[in-house]
Design a protein around this ligand. Sequence first.
Ligand code: AMP
Length: 492
Amino acid sequence: MITFRPRRSRSSSSTSATSPAGAPAARTEPRGPSHGPRPQGRPSPNREGAVPRSGGQHRSPPPPPRAPEPPPVRLGPPSPETLAAIEASPFTALGLVAPLVRAILDEGYTEPTPVQIEVIPHALAGRDVLAAAQTGTGKTAAFVLPLLQRLAETKASGRIRVLVLTPTRELAAQIAERISVYGRYRGLRHAVVYGGVSQHGQERVLATQPDVLVATPGRLLDLMAQGVVRLDAVTHFVLDEADRMLDMGFVHDVRRVTAALPTERQTLFFSATIPREIEQLARGMLRPDPARVSVTPQVTTAEGVEQHVVFVAKNDKRAMLETVLKDEAVRRVIVFTRTKHGANRLSEQLEKSGIESAAIHGNKSQGARERALEAFRAGTMRVLVATDLAARGIDVDGISHVINFDLPNVPESYVHRIGRTGRAGATGRAISFCDHEERDLLADIERLIRKRLPTFGGEPRPAEAPRSGPRPEQARSPHAPPRRPRAFGRAR
Ligand code: AMP
C-alpha cells in the first residue's frame, strides 16, 4: 500500500551529518535551468556565480581535525512492528539493508518506483548503470540508497568516496537533503558544494572529510583548482541529469571532473533521455557493458481525457469537491487522496454531507474492498475514494471523472490515475485540485506530460493572478463557500 507523503515534507526534520553554511532551502520554485548555455572555450571560473579566487591565494581557516563519526540518529530500536515491516518490505527484497529500509519506511514509501526496482540491484552488485529516467521518477533514491549501502560495506578512508555531480544548485541541495533522510540511521558524512554562495562554509564542511560529496561542476572545479577538494579516492560516481548538463553547456566541465576521477570506479549515469550525444558521453565514462535501464515515463496522457486544474485552498477542497459532485454529469468518479487516512476521512465527510461513497485502501479488508468495488461497478455507489495503490487493480469501465483531491507525489501516478477514465475510446474528465503547497507537484506533472493544464473554476493560476490590488479571495470572507467551478460535469 503506497502512502505517498508530500515531497520535502521530512526535510525540516531531517538530520544532516554535514550541511553547508548558506545552503538554500530545498527547491520551492519549478525546476528549470537557471543558466543559459555557456559559450565554450572561454575561461570559466565563475559559471555558478562563484567569486573568483586566484590560484595560490586561497586562505581558508586551518582545517579542523576530523570530527568524530556523527552518531546515527537514535530513535530507539525499531519496534517489533517496524522490524516486521522492514522484513516484509519490497525494498528489503531488492537487497537493501535494514537501516536504509527503516528510513524509507519512515518516509512512507512502501513500494519502490520502477527506476528503483531496475537500478538498485545492479548498483548493489557493483555494476555501472546507464539510466534514462526523469526527475520525479524516484531516481535520487535509486542511486543514493545503493551507494549508501556500498559505502557502509567498506571502511571510511577519510576521503571522498562518492561524488554526485548534478547541474543546478537546487538539485544539489535536494540530493543532499535526500542523503540526510535516507542515511539517517547510518551516520555517514556528506557535503554539498555549488556556486552562487560563499565558498567559506563549504570549505569548512569539506574539511570534516565527508564520505559523499554532492556538487555542481563549476564550483567543484574551482575547489579542485584550489586544492580544497581531491577526488582521487572516489570509488562511486553519479552523473545526474546528463542531458541538462549538455543543454547548459557544462559538458567540458563534466569531462574535466571525470578526468580527475580514478578509472577504477563504479559509475551511475542518469539522463532524462539518451540521444546520441549523451550515449557518446556515457561511453567515455562507463565501463563496457553497463546495465541499461529505461523508465522514461509515458509522456502522453490518455487521449480523450479532458484535463483541468483547479487552484483551491486546502481547506476549501472538500467544499469544492461537493460542488463538483452535485453535477449529474459526474456519473461515476474516483477521487484520489494521497493517504489512507485522508481517504477514510474524506469518505466519512462526504457521507455526512449525504454523498454516498466508499474508501478503498490497503487497510481495508478484502471483503470490504470487494463490496465497495461491486457497488461502484454496479452503479449503486458513484463515488469511490482511493489511494494510488488501491486503485491500481481497479478495472471498472464507464468512469466519467477522475478527481485528484490531492496531487500525487510521483508525477507518473498522475498519468495512471487519469487513465482510469476515458478508456476504450470513451471521453472522460480529470480534475486536479492544487493547493498552495502542491504547486511544485503540479509543475512536475506538467513537465512530465509536456503540457500546461488549463484552469477551470477555483482561483486563477497563481502566476496569472493580478499583481496589484486585493486578490479576489482576500476580499472574500474566509467562511464563504469556494467559487463554483464552471461546467465541471460536461464530458465532451
Ligand atoms: P526524484 O525523482 O528522485 O526527484 O523523486 C521524486 C519524488 O518521489 C520525491 O519527492 C521522493 O521523495 C519521492 N519518492 C521517491 N521514491 C519513492 C517511493 N518509492 N515511494 C514514494 N515516493 C517516492
